[in-house]
Design a protein. Structure first.
Length: 409
């Protein structure tokens, strides 16, 4: 069902009663009863401390949680000068639909600045509010991406696909295109809201972050980065939602490549973005993972899907891939991985049906690249591992001509 609005009637009426608002902070949530109160109360303290003269609203957009998330949100204490609304959004279940609800509320209220925060944050402080809003309200930036101190084994989808692809495609060195916590102007919130054709797709789910970042870039918005320090979440089962997230994020990334090919085909250089709040902060929590099961996924994937991979990739790419898998030490180096991604993206462009199945075929290859990277950085510090991530991104840039040839053939 295609909902024309994500706002329920009672929520819209409550927003209309509040009237004009300067700042809205949106918190999408589902099943976060243990952490939601901490997030809301830190946001409230941040708004009180740094934006006392502005009229502010904390807007909790819930996906119909079956636990006590909404009850905890209602019970969270916020300063009396700050409004709070807890609502269940309408539409496809997913983070994107929760964001859509925030965009609609921001547009209705005519806000100047918006920020959104994950609802499972443990490391959030009142300063995070300022770090995402200040560039918008003070310096007229339209989109603020986060910078995090992360463990070398964390953020694998970002490190190995989304960061290097965004940098290579659109020519901006945005380190966390899918960071989860963003700041943006009220005008940009309205732009996001008005994209009516996306809310029944993966953009309404985990694809929302990369869609927002790509939209801001191709619309020529003024973009910066604000360092937040370490990002610590509520612990989850290893790999929870990973495959689903991977498929939805990559589907969105590839779909945006098709939509905006006239933009990225012309870009050959990468620009830096201004960085705010450079701060070491607390170190990230270590992420303990083993490369062996991930490399086994690559080996098993080759056995099951090797013939399909051969059809999707170029002759040279498949020969290199086969050599890597059949090696005494299974591995997937960055240069081969880059060509694999480019081959899949190019086939995705011409693939008219079941594109999700095509992306699903990429998962064992992705896991193999992650397993290889874990081995490459095992003896390195987080800072040294970050240099490896940047080196890989530069390989993506250097091989852009390969992508363009495959894309246009």
């Amino acid at each position: 069902m295609n909902h024309l609005t994500s706002l329920r009637d009672d929520t819209r009426k409550n927003l209309e009663k509040i009237g004009d608002v300067d700042i809205i902070v949106g918190i999408p949530c589902y099943g976060n009863e243990k952490t939601i109160r901490n997030v809301i109360e830190n946001v409230g303290e941040g708004l009180k401390k740094y934006y006392k003269g502005e009229k502010s609203l904390i807007f909790i957009s819930d996906g119909g949680s079956l636990d006590d998330t909404r009850e905890e949100a209602e019970a969270a204490a916020v300063p009396s000068s700050i409004d709070k609304i807890v609502t269940i959004y309408r539409g496809v279940a997913g983070k994107g639909s929760a964001f859509r609800c925030v965009f609609e509320a921001a547009s209705l209220l005519g806000v100047k600045g918006c920020a959104v925060f994950d609802s499972d944050l443990i490391s959030i402080t009142p300063e995070w509010v300022k770090r995402l809003l200040e560039p918008v309200l003070k310096d007229n930036f339209e989109y603020v991406t986060p910078g995090y101190k992360r463990d070398k084994n964390d953020g694998t989808i970002t490190n190995n696909i989304v960061y290097p692809m965004t940098r290579m495609l659109y020519g901006l060195n945005i380190r966390q295109p899918i960071g989860g916590d963003f700041g943006f102007s009220g005008k940009l919130a309205k732009t996001f809201k008005e994209e009516e054709d996306v809310w029944n797709t993966d953009i309404a789910k985990f694809g929302i972050d990369i869609w927002m970042t790509t939209t801001a870039i191709v619309r020529g918005k003024k973009i910066c980065k604000s360092d937040m320090g370490a990002k610590i979440h509520e612990p989850k089962e290893p790999g929870a939602n990973l495959r689903l997230m991977f498929i939805q994020v990559v589907w969105t990334l590839f779909t945006q490549m098709i939509k905006y090919e006239d933009k990225w085909l012309k870009i050959s250089k990468t620009k830096k973005v201004k960085t705010y709040n450079i701060d070491e902060g607390i170190p990230p929590e270590p992420v303990e993972v083993s490369s062996e099961p991930l490399l086994k996924e690559l080996e098993d994937g080759f056995k099951h899907f090797g013939r399909l991979w051969e059809e999707i990739t170029s002759n040279g790419t498949f020969k290199d891939l086969k050599r890597c898998v059949k090696s005494s030490k299974i591995h997937l180096p960055a240069n081969v991985w880059t060509r694999v991604i480019y081959d899949f993206a190019s086939v995705f462009r011409r693939w008219e049906r079941n594109r999700h199945k095509l992306v699903n075929l990429l998962i064992p290859l992705y896991l193999g690249r992650v397993g290889t990277f874990i081995g490459e950085v095992e003896e390195l510090s987080n800072e040294e591992a970050e240099e490896k991530v940047v080196e890989q991104a530069k390989i993506f840039e250097e091989m852009k001509d390969y992508l363009i040839k495959r894309w246009l053939r």
